[in-house]
Design a protein around this ligand. Structure first.
Ligand SMILES: NC(=O)c1ccc[n+]([C@@H]2O[C@H](COP(=O)([O-])OP(=O)(O)OC[C@H]3O[C@@H](n4cnc5c(N)ncnc54)[C@H](O)[C@@H]3O)[C@@H](O)[C@H]2O)c1
Length: 337
């Protein structure tokens, strides 16, 4: 297996590359990434000279460059993390890039898989494509829940997922689609809740809480997401959709209080701000299907506090990484409305 990782310089992609290279000491990966504001080669600094790792700067909508890379490195499998991922940016401008990368980009990758007869593609997508659940309902998203995205980001991701379905049915392209819940862990760009709040608190700044803070997400450790994707590269059924989550529903308010405690801060560090328009209330994932393949996540719900503490400690102890990325704080703050 020779793997092309698209979007490997971002949060989940870089964690996946670390996971994959250490799990398979004989395998090689090629990271194909455009290096948008969210792409960060510092996430991969420790392996930049590893002979089993190559980096190619490129855009997934550039089919010629993808084909050239696949041929040059003898690629057999592809996993796609490349995406515009920040919901607030998709609401307050720049939506065109979301549609280009998250929908058209996926179509280009499907063409590349078809043209080059690759053995498998995994398209990493999100539970947000299913829309929202009520706060106090027992419902969860299953693979048969209808796609019903509310956020422009999620609609662009759903476009990519539907392309995967159509290419499987029409061209028998061997593609697997995943819908994962919110990830936490190291190397996350600090426009997302956990690293954003940790970095603001490190700088003695207040953290902005949207609305009443009772927005529930199903939080998974990024390394558990990586192990699920690795399993699906091996065992995922072509044309299949798999939900990935660990039954760990937490509200933004609950997570914020946990972080405040871990960083010896109190409630006075919270600033209540105007809510995100159309904010989805709750996401929850039914992972029965992937669990039946033998997936065993390390950080179950009862280990969340430990995983969150390790994550907070990672940011507190990687000050060079934090300071370099926090230099972009004006741009980051500008996109939190
Ligand atoms: N972060 C989460 O909690 C979460 C949850 C579920 C699913 N996902 C999905 O996982 C994937 C990765 O998310 P992330 O949080 O690591 O994102 P991220 O924003 O941290 O990284 C995205 C990466 O994609 C690259 N990229 C963007 N446009 C590109 C293009 N046109 N061509 C090539 N590279 C491009 C960026 O440079 C960056 O390295 C996304 O598809 C996202 O929808 C994320």
């Amino acid at each position: 297996m020779k793997l092309l990782v698209c979007g490997g310089a971002g949060f989940i992609g870089s964690n996946f590359i670390h996971y994959y290279l250490s799990k398979y000491p004989e395998r090689e990966v090629v990271n194909f990434d455009k290096l948008t504001y969210a792409g960060n080669l510092d996430n991969l600094k420790d392996i930049e000279n590893n002979p089993r790792y190559q980096f190619v700067q490129g855009d997934i909508i550039d089919l010629e460059k993808i084909n050239e890379t696949i041929k040059k490195y003898g690629i057999t499998h592809l996993i796609n993390f490349a995406a515009e991922t920040h919901v607030d940016r998709s609401i307050h401008g720049g939506l065109k890039d979301f549609v280009l990368t998250n929908t058209l980009g996926v179509q280009m990758l499907l063409d590349a898989v078809r043209i080059n007869n690759l053995e498998k593609m995994v398209n990493v997508s999100t539970d947000e494509v299913y829309g929202a659940l009520h706060l106090d309902s027992p419902d969860k998203f299953s693979e048969s829940t209808p796609i019903n995205p509310n956020m422009p980001y999620a609609a662009a991701k759903a476009g990519g997922d539907l392309m995967c379905h159509a290419y499987y049915v029409t061209h028998k392209v061997p593609v697997v689609v995943t819908h994962c819940s919110n990830n936490y862990g190291s190397y996350q760009y600090p426009e997302k809740l956990i690293p954003f709040f940790v970095m603001r608190l490190m700088k003695n700044e207040k953290v902005p809480m949207y609305g009443d803070g009772l927005y529930v997400r199903d939080w998974i450790h990024v390394m558990d997401h990586a192990s699920a994707l690795d399993l699906l590269l091996e065992k995922g059924e072509a044309g299949g959709v798999y939900n990935i989550g660990v039954d760990n529903e937490r509200s933004n308010m609950e997570i914020t209080h946990m972080i405040l405690k871990m960083m010896s801060k109190d409630e006075s560090s919270i600033e209540y701000v105007q809510d995100r328009p159309g904010h989805d209330r709750r996401y929850a994932i039914d992972s029965t299907k992937i669990l039946s393949l033998g997936w065993k996540p390390d950080y179950s719900r009862d280990k969340f506090e430990q995983g969150l503490k390790e994550t907070v400690d990672w940011y507190l102890s990687h000050l060079d990484w934090v300071e370099k990325i926090w230099a972009k704080k004006d741009d980051i703050n500008n996109h939190i409305k």
